[in-house]
Design a protein around this ligand. Structure first.
Ligand code: RIB
Ligand code: CA
Length: 324
């Protein structure tokens, strides 16, 4: 676990986040693959600093049956034996809405991966609770989809927040949004779930759109990624990135979810600030996150602010090129 994540938010105020890490430790990744989720999973599975104890899946970019199949295929392509567990099909409140416009109907921008194996037994929320209870050391949870599984796990056993070294979320936006002009998809998909996590009392690191919009896949970065190695996983990752639809306003396609994993591995590539983060749950601004810089006990999250993007993509290529 990196120093800045395992410290409380108030302790991390001003803590140098250029601390190189030797081990992140045990991690559970909750995701909705999803093109960027796939890249994030490959980054984690390629990195020995992270012990991926389990992958849990939620309905999000596409429906649960597809996100589950995609997660299984992503893991199988690496040859890793990491259990993948199905989770919630829909949010705590309201209807499920996918995002096929960005990720395609299949969730991987039309890139075909060989099918993976079978899902592991156990529903995501129960598996998360069981792993937290059984682990002799604190676990880090990375949430890169709607936060439903994580919220269900902690709502049923709030005491388990003490077994978390930290929660790292790709969620929210300080300014703007991507499903409306004020809401980001993960926060908008299940704001009640995000609200539960923000009140859970464990260290939270947030990678909002303001950060992930700096991780832009440009033609130059994509060609450097392809040149980073010759394995099938890197080739699949580059095929997925090449198939992403252009962003209507940005000079590249934002690579959201790998930023959450990237921060765990290379916090030196990021800057961050402590803040009070809350989320709007009612209809008028559903999913809007309020991110107000704060110090000490007033802060409930460390918000990632800037990214050294060229170094991040070079790191991404170096790591994923290690996979088969
Ligand atoms: O808004 C971006 C987030 O929503 C990413 O996690 C993407 O995969 C989607 O889940
Ligand atoms: Ca995602």
């Amino acid at each position: 676990m990196t120093a800045s994540v395992s410290l409380s938010v108030s302790e991390s105020l001003g803590a140098p986040i250029d601390a190189r890490i030797s081990a992140v430790g045990p991690v559970i990744i909750d995701c909705d693959p999803g093109t960027d989720d796939a890249i994030a999973l490959w980054l984690a599975l390629a990195s020995p600093e992270i012990m991926v104890r389990a992958i849990t899946v939620v309905g999000g970019n596409v429906g649960l049956s597809r996100t589950l199949a995609n997660a299984l295929a992503v893991v199988a392509l690496t040859g890793a034996s990491v259990p993948v567990h199905a989770g919630a099909e829909k949010p705590l409140r309201g209807a499920f809405t996918a995002a096929p416009r960005v990720h395609g109907e299949d969730g991987l921008a039309g890139v075909h991966l060989p099918p993976g194996g079978a899902a592991a037994a156990g529903q995501a929320e129960a598996v998360i609770r069981a792993m937290l209870r059984a682990s002799p050391e604190k676990l880090t949870v990375v949430g890169i989809g709607p936060a439903t599984n994580l919220a269900l796990a902690l709502r049923a056993a709030p005491d388990l927040a003490a077994k978390l070294a930290g929660i790292v979320l790709m969620s929210g936006a300080r300014n703007g949004g991507n499903v409306s002009n004020m809401a980001e998809f993960n926060a908008w998909s299940d704001p009640e779930a995000l609200d539960i996590l923000l009140r859970a009392g464990c260290p939270i690191t947030l990678a909002p759109l303001d950060l992930t919009h700096q991780a832009l896949v440009t033609p130059a970065r994509l060609s450097r990624l392809r040149a980073a190695g010759g394995g099938k996983v890197l080739a699949a990752a580059c095929d997925i990135l090449a198939a992403l639809p252009p962003h209507p306003m940005l000079p590249g396609r934002p690579l959201h979810d790998p930023c959450a994993i990237g921060w765990l591995l290379r916090p030196d590539l990021f800057t961050a600030f402590p803040a009070r983060v809350s989320v709007v749950c009612d209809a008028h601004a559903r999913g809007k996150t309020e991110i107000v810089p704060a110090a000490g006990v007033a802060a409930n999250a460390l918000v990632l602010e800037t990214l050294a993007a060229d170094q991040f993509f070079a790191f991404l290529g170096e790591r994923i090129s290690r996979l088969p």
